[in-house]
Design a protein around this ligand. Sequence first.
Ligand code: SME
Length: 151
Amino acid sequence: MNFASLQPRIQTILSGENTPVETKLTQICEWLQEQVPHYDWVGFYFANEAERTLHLKAFAGEPTDHTVIPFGKGICGQVAESNANFVVPNVKAQDNYIACSIHVKSEIVIPLFKDGKNIGQIDIDSHTINPFSKADEHFLEWVNEAVAEVL
Ligand code: SME
């Protein structure tokens, strides 16, 4: 996958004047889900620090029941506390995992930092086993840095 070829469109989406942030985030989710064959569900969660919960703000793919996730629960909730990328090659091998669909086989969650603080994350589910590489991690870190600039 040539991730660099996806960057200009993301820059264009983010630079849109008068477009609400949630719309931009949804457009990014849709673009990534459309363009990357192993990205079957793409979403952005943001933290409510007081309540220690994550809230789904934008997504592309099947609607999920898990729009609010407590810190510590599932892959997403663990990343809210660890501040580290979490790549899951096979979700069946995870104890602390929240299943969104029976089709999901793997997942990647990358924290989103604003001014050095972990304020949210991009979460991607795949119907393929073990599809994520360092290239996915680096690209998604870049996406989150670009998003942080418009927040
Ligand atoms: N699987 C995630 C929950 C969110 S869904 O993938 C949309 C988790 O374990 O945190």
